[in-house]
Design a protein around this ligand. Structure first.
Ligand code: RIB
Ligand code: CA
Length: 313
């Protein structure tokens, strides 16, 4: 099977880490680079976490450190939402990875220039690196197959009533990406707030009985505590939707759409608006729903992929 070349860009964060675990476990993907962007935590923290999870999952692609903050405005982070380390809930083995000499965008440029075929960029954080790449090398657009992103929410936000966190961190960057002409497949809160993990799912993962099962169930326990404190019965695992909508689209409801980012609104800055009628203006797809059981099964399959790979841990 011809594997899809991908670049993973994110801000780990528990759900980024689990998205990257799914990517690392998939025979369909060829991970060409992993790049970091400030968001859940500051750039140093998310980059340290990235090196650690790449080591844990045996991702040998180069890691490039990216944007310290948004294009225009002051950056925001998610504080201790993901814990002090940004990956609380499990102790990871020491990392064997070092940072690339190239920054995130330099690495993206090299991958796109060297790839014989267009590359899919999977973004699970603010889109600052993606926008910078487009501004710096618009000629490379033709080498980007699509942006599969976690971000936005047509029906609602999670950081403001209108805006989802990844988009709100850098609305100007998201607007550049959405208006670039490169197709965007958006896994927004419409689907990710249905990608719920319940305690019985965590129990299934822990019962796998491997070090990876222990790490992932530990992460989910922590992630669950944070969400339970906010009144959630199941906790939304946002970022794996961006990877699974590429490799398992059949478990999702995905609709062609015209997606726009509001950058000016006093109360609506960072909102993503979707139009499903005007086909002339379609610039991508909105992922709207999923088969939750199938989603959990894919997560478990990814954990089990590492059975017998104890040398990684
Ligand atoms: O709003 C959820 C998104 O913000 C997820 O990608 C999470 O990791 C944070 O980056
Ligand atoms: Ca993220």
């Amino acid at each position: 099977m011809k594997r899809i070349p991908v670049i993973l860009d994110g801000d780990p964060g528990h759900d980024d880490a689990m998205a990257w675990m799914v990517a690392a476990a998939s025979p369909m993907l060829d991970i060409k680079a992993v790049t970091t962007v400030a968001g859940n935590k500051d750039i140093e923290n998310v980059t340290t976490n990235t090196l650690n999870v790449c080591s844990l999952f045996g991702i040998h692609a180069p890691v490039g450190k990216g944007a310290h903050g948004p294009l225009v405005v002051e950056g925001i982070t998610a504080g201790d939402f993901h814990g002090k380390t940004g990956l609380d809930g499990a102790d990871l083995p020491p990392s064997d990875r070092t940072l690339s000499q190239y920054s995130a965008v330099e690495l993206m440029v090299r991958v796109l220039e060297e790839s014989e075929e267009p590359v899919v960029i999977i973004g699970t954080g603010a889109q600052t690196n993606l926008a910078t790449l487009l501004l710096y090398r618009p000629d490379l657009k033709e080498k980007i197959e699509a942006f599969y992103i976690m971000g936005g929410g047509i029906e609602t936000g999670n950081w403001t009533p209108a805006a989802e966190f990844n988009i709100l961190v850098d609305p100007e960057a998201a607007r550049i990406v959405f208006e670039s002409g490169v197709p965007v497949v958006m896994s927004g809160l419409d689907v990710t707030e249905k990608a719920l993990v319940y305690p019985e799912d965590v129990k299934r993962i822990r019962s796998i009985g491997t070090p990876m099962g222990d790490i992932v169930s530990g992460w989910l326990d922590f992630f669950g505590e944070t969400h339970a404190a906010m009144g959630y019965e199941g906790w939304p695992l946002h970022d794996p939707c961006a990877v699974l909508s590429l490799i398992k689209p059949e478990i999702f409801i995905i609709k062609d759409a015209h997606l726009q980012v509001e950058t000016k609104g006093l109360h609506t800055r960072g909102q993503v608006l979707a139009d499903f009628e005007d086909q002339e203006r379609f610039n991508g797809k909105a992922v709207l729903d999923l088969d939750r059981e199938a989603f959990i099964d894919e997560l478990i399959k990814a954990v089990e992929h590492f059975n017998g790979r104890e040398e990684l841990i």
